[in-house]
Design a protein around this ligand. Structure first.
Ligand SMILES: NC(=O)c1ccc[n+]([C@@H]2O[C@H](COP(=O)([O-])OP(=O)(O)OC[C@H]3O[C@@H](n4cnc5c(N)ncnc54)[C@H](OP(=O)(O)O)[C@@H]3O)[C@@H](O)[C@H]2O)c1
Length: 247
């Protein structure tokens, strides 16, 4: 929503990149950004080029693809949205991982995979994609995190690997924001909590009574937050209503 303190931005539509644009929230973000008039590039494990955090070369190749698109179209990269993430499923080594209910369930393979997808992959994205943001003008890099990654908000415990890897992501986002500000004072780099959303990631827990929202609703909220991030808010962690989440 536009308020006197946070006017609607006056940017002319440029290029948007959604990493994990093939996921539940990612696909809805792609549709939402297209509806805003931006040219959108969606990258994931099943796109060409493919993005797979288990192979850093693919991150570099995707960034090169985006750099060529920026050069070819002359459009600035105004939005970089990182919608990748892992909570449960098969790990890179072929084992199965579920969120831990107790320290008894802590397992090195699951921890490694959560950190790989939720923190190390996005860190490699920072390395390869943040230099593609324009050196002047407003632009936003938004990394989907999760409220359960908040240490201050953790009253329930459990979900060790997911929580810890998202907390690591939050620190990476804050650190990258400091460096990004030296390149472009109007550039913003933030962590966002999308709310609880109906996707494959949340499905097993929705069955256990978790309240979920449709992905298009979550995407529309997140895009409104991104559009209205005020100057000086880079490096922070916001929810889908634009409210700050404690670290
Ligand atoms: N859904 C929720 O309730 C909820 C709540 C809080 C936070 N979040 C966060 O929101 C983000 C999006 O979640 P979602 O609900 O849309 O989950 P999702 O539907 O499971 O999507 C996950 C995305 O991560 C990508 N991914 C998984 N492994 C990858 C790898 N090795 N390399 C590159 N990409 C990989 C998937 O790619 P493929 O399409 O190729 O499989 C997919 O695009 C995540 O960061 C999640 O932690 C979600």
């Amino acid at each position: 929503m536009s308020t006197p303190d946070h006017p609607q931005p006056t940017e002319r539509p440029g290029l948007a990149v959604v990493l994990g644009g093939t996921g539940g929230i990612g696909a809805a973000l792609v549709a939402g950004l297209q509806a805003q008039g931006l040219k959108v590039l969606s990258l994931g494990r099943r796109t060409l080029p493919a993005l797979d955090y288990t192979d850093e070369k693919t991150v570099a190749a995707c960034a090169q693809h985006v750099a060529e698109r920026v050069a070819h179209t002359g459009l600035p990269l105004q939005r970089l949205v990182v919608a990748t993430g892992f909570l449960h499923g098969d790990t890179a080594s072929g084992q199965h991982a579920e969120p831990e209910r107790s320290w008894q369930h802590l397992n090195a393979d699951a921890l490694q995979h959560n950190f790989l997808i939720n923190a190390i992959g996005p860190a490699l994205v920072m390395r390869h994609f943040l230099p593609l943001l324009p050196r002047q003008g407003r632009c936003v890099a938004a990394f989907l995190s999760a409220r359960v990654g908040s240490i201050g908000d953790n009253a329930l415990g459990g979900w060790y690997a997911y929580r810890a890897s998202k907390a690591a992501l939050n620190q990476l986002v804050h650190t990258a924001a400091v460096e990004l500000a030296r390149r472009n004072k109007e550039a913003l780099c933030v962590a966002l909590h999308p709310g609880t959303v109906d996707t494959g990631l949340s499905q097993p827990f929705a069955k256990k009574g978790l309240q979920v929202r449709p992905a298009d609703e979550a995407a529309s909220d997140l895009l409104a937050v991104i559009d209205e991030l005020p100057a000086g808010s880079s490096g922070q962690f916001f929810d889908h209503k634009g409210l700050p989440v404690p670290w």
